[in-house]
Design a protein around this ligand. Sequence first.
Ligand code: SAH
Length: 358
Amino acid sequence: MKSITSVLETLFNSHKLNKEDCLVLLSQLDEEGVREQLSAEAVRLRRQYYGDKVFTRGLIEFTNICKNNCFYCGIRRDNANVNRYRLSKQEIMQCCKEGYALGFRTFVLQGGEDGFFTDDVMCNIISEIKAHYPEVAITLSLGEREMESYRRMKQAGADRYLLRHETANEAHYRMLHPDEMKLSNRKSCLYALKELGYQVGAGMMIGSPGQTYECLADDLVFLQELKPHMVGMGPFIPHKDTCFAKEQAGSVELTLAMLSIVRILLPSVLLPATTALGTLDPKGREKGLLAGCNVVMPNLSPVKNRKDYALYDNKICTGDESAQCIKCMTNRVEAAGFHLVSERGDSAAYGDDADFKY
Ligand code: SAH
């Protein structure tokens, strides 16, 4: 087995780790100076690629209706206690209007897998947003669909797609999802999205029930293979109406270490300091930025719907207006020593010289 010193050396010099190296690193995070070295190198790299810029994304949670039954998720199909909603096109356009005025140049449309939003409906919404705001980027986060569907939405103007793989370990995937869901399909979707030219985001919760260091090592190996442009990672937080109501939340410390490791493995990655991190720790998002994150995603959803998009308990920012969210976020980013910018914020690894950047 390699020593932790030589694993860190490999990581910093080659930006690669095999599964064995990942296991050494994860099991020895508590050795003296390891966490500090990881965060220092992660912040150095994010500065090299993105300076002191932090990109902002306006998150529009446009439907909490979902045909899936993921064991961890508060809006799973079988949760009868959810007040279900879907936003109309007019409501979505209103969110964009407010968001644009506040300086957002990326809108993220996130929702459950809601059959109402067919390809025709989605393409219509996407092209209307692009017609009004040609210079903004549109990110979709609507789960698994057919290649043809992804293609049509790309043609309509979508730029990016977030689809966390949730876990790259087959046995762990089975602990988190009902039988009808397949890790292989999730992965195929990610590769299809990449092939279609989307900027793609994968990711996983940290500390989800049954997750071991081996699962996280599999995640790190998978991320190196996929080379996504974005990685969404936040702590697991239990939701009272799910099978995992009594499970423990993930650890903030481990989440921060994983964020730093991912930044070093994929130096130009877009890495959000997530709401889940801010929910577990009042300073969580600032800590995320100081661990290598360069993206924040304030909520742009209509205030009346926010509490109903509860993926987990005690989610923050469900009462604030969008304007309040951006103001609070600006202060937090500045306090951490970075600068919130009003830009599309594309991945530095997207475009002609993408391969070189990795
Ligand atoms: N339907 C879309 C969007 C899912 S919600 C899709 O399938 O991609 C976005 C993310 O929230 C999920 O990918 C999951 O990783 C995260 N999430 C869900 N439940 C959670 C929980 N209890 N704690 C923390 N994160 C959770």
